[in-house]
Design a protein around this ligand. Structure first.
Ligand code: G16
Length: 540
């Protein structure tokens, strides 16, 4: 049936899809308008196939039913859906590629909390398995501003808890095991027998699934297939409200894991992932591994895993991510790329075969096996490296820093600011950029300062306004940008980096090592002075 509707303001996808309060998504026509706009902006759903699934947060199951009925009414041929409407983001990306579908609709607000009063989200991934590029998200947004009707099949709900084939009208619905294909893919990339032997030698691990989607994946792969001790995976059952917590794998929100890893009798390896399973945090016994460092270490050691034995084609990182991976790429003699924040910017580089590994400071790492970042994949690559090198995480990190130097790195987030205050801070720094090169701040000389613009080397598209950066002659950097994933007010992200070539000064406390850069940032951007805040809400 055709349902008349009217455009709804604000349906503009951000860094990663459309994210809003759950109640907004549940309001009349909100989800429907957006889904119809996706179909319309991509040439219609007639005869097409899609993957549909989400991270199981509140409203996931109802939203899946709506999307299935809309796909059917729009003439789609087949939709593959994870049992219970569940799919991790990387698993959905894999299924799109495996079944060569025309794309997929992924329901998640990622690391944002879930529940009736929290956040929900949806994004469209294209046939390569990756998030829609900017030109397409803009076309979808444009369509939401003129939509006047959507199509919805007047049919009963699909039994999404029953694996097998069903139909809505002429459309086939294939309900599949959400874990099986993904786990099979991981077996092709990593040396499972060797990791199994590692666990058999008594290696101890803790994986915090944060009551989110990775639980069933991690339990199957780590405990069942790799023989990790039962109970290795904690908070393994996905809950609609993630137990009332932020499913965000960072030292602030995965505090229980951090405490265990920093405490007496800590396991050898700790890891956590987020709401939809694409992020990861890695912690060794008594040592936290910053995501930028994790990318660099994985790049330097990936050849130890069967899937990457032939070496890497290149490495890409988002601009605010530390430059540690660049040094590894230089040493390996492979290309390195700097893209704006957002996994969608890696898609072209991966498709063109220019890079094999990608990573971001925001706890995202991945490779060309899918077109999303992949939390559990990163954990398995670490495990494969640990099994090969037979060293602790601390030994591997210290060895890495001695070899490549160390990029001390931290992100300071100022959350829930008014847009007006956040913009005032951005405008102030923006206005000073041109005059900065050559000036000296906190004993450091500014080499370059700009508002980052990215020209995609594959399709030539240009993305401007991607973050303000100040680079010093010693390689240290200050980057300031506004988050594009929040649902309330504005979040300012201040990224701080200081390079130490070694061999001295490689084991300082991170915030202490960054002190001059932190002071320089306040001199330049005056965040505290402008916002009246005493300090950041989140420090990674
Ligand atoms: C998303 C994007 C990432 C980005 C992160 C933070 O991750 O996919 O590329 O780095 O948001 O973005 P922002 O700084 O704009 O908030 P996720 O895990 O939320 O999908």
């Amino acid at each position: 049936m055709r349902v008349r509707t009217r455009p709804i303001e604000g349906q503009k996808p951000g860094t990663s899809g459309l994210r809003k309060k759950t109640k907004v998504f549940m309001s009349e026509g909100y989800l429907e308008n957006f889904v119809q706009s996706v179909f319309d902006a991509t040439g219609g759903a007639e005869g097409r196939t899609y993957v549909v699934g989400g991270d199981g947060r509140y409203f996931n199951d109802s939203a899946v039913q709506v999307i299935l009925k809309m796909a059917a009414a729009n003439g789609a041929r087949r939709v593959i859906v994870g049992r219970g409407g569940l799919l991790s983001t990387p698993a959905a990306s894999h299924l799109i590629r495996l079944h060569k579908t025309d794309g997929g609709l992924i329901l998640s607000a990622s690391h944002n909390p879930g529940g009736p009063d929290e956040d929900f989200g949806i994004k469209f991934n294209t046939a390569n398995g990756g998030p829609a590029p900017e030109a397409l998200t803009e076309a979808i947004h444009a369509r939401t501003q003129e939509i006047d009707a959507y199509r919805l099949a007047d049919e009963p709900d699909v039994e999404i808890d029953r694996i097998g084939e069903q139909h809505i009208g002429g459309m086939q619905v294939s309900v599949i095991d959400p874990v099986a294909d993904y786990a099979a893919l991981m077996e092709t990339l990593f040396d499972f027998p060797k990791i199994r032997a590692l666990f058999a030698r008594g290696f101890r691990m803790r994986f915090d699934a944060m009551s989110a989607i990775t639980g069933p994946y991690a339990a199957e792969i780590l405990e069942e297939r790799l023989g990790a001790a039962p109970g290795t995976v904690v908070n393994a059952t996905p809950l609609p409200d993630f137990g009332g917590l932020h499913p965000d794998p960072n030292p602030t929100w995965a505090k229980a894991l951090m405490d265990e890893m920093m405490g007496p009798d800590a396991p050898d390896f700790g890891a956590a992932s987020d709401g939809d399973g694409d992020r990861n945090m890695v912690v060794g016994r008594g040592i936290y591994v910053a995501p930028s460092d994790s990318l660099a270490v994985l790049a330097a050691n990936a050849h130890l895993a069967p899937g990457y034995r032939a070496g890497l084609r290149g490495v890409a990182r988002s601009m605010p991510t530390s430059t540690a991976a660049d040094r590894v790429a230089a040493a390996l003699g492979i290309g390195s790329y700097e893209t704006p924040t957002g996994w969608k910017f890696f898609g072209n580089l991966l498709d063109a075969g220019r890079v094999t590994l990608c990573g971001e400071e925001s706890f995202g790492t991945g490779s060309d096996h899918v077109r999303e970042k992949d939390g559990l994949w990163a954990v398995l690559l670490w495990l494969n490296i640990l099994a090969e090198r037979k060293q602790s995480i601390r030994e591997i990190m210290e060895d890495h820093w001695r070899r490549f130097g160390r990029n001390y790195y931290s992100r300071h987030d100022y959350e829930a600011l008014t847009a007006e205050l956040a913009n005032r801070v951005m405008d102030r720094l923006h206005g000073r950029l041109a005059a900065l090169p050559g000036t000296c701040i906190e004993g450091m000389t500014v080499a370059a300062a700009d508002d980052f613009a990215y020209a995609d080397p594959v399709d030539g598209s240009v993305s401007r306004g991607q973050g303000l950066r100040v680079v010093f002659t010693d390689g240290s950097r200050i980057v300031l940008r506004l988050s594009g994933t929040g649902t309330e007010g504005a979040t300012l992200r201040l990224y701080l980096e200081r390079c130490v070539a070694g061999p001295e000064g490689l084991d300082a406390e991170v915030q202490a090592a960054l002190a001059p850069v932190i002071r320089a940032a306040e001199t330049l951007a005056a965040i505290r002075a402008t916002t009246g805040r005493q300090g950041p809400d989140v420090v990674t």
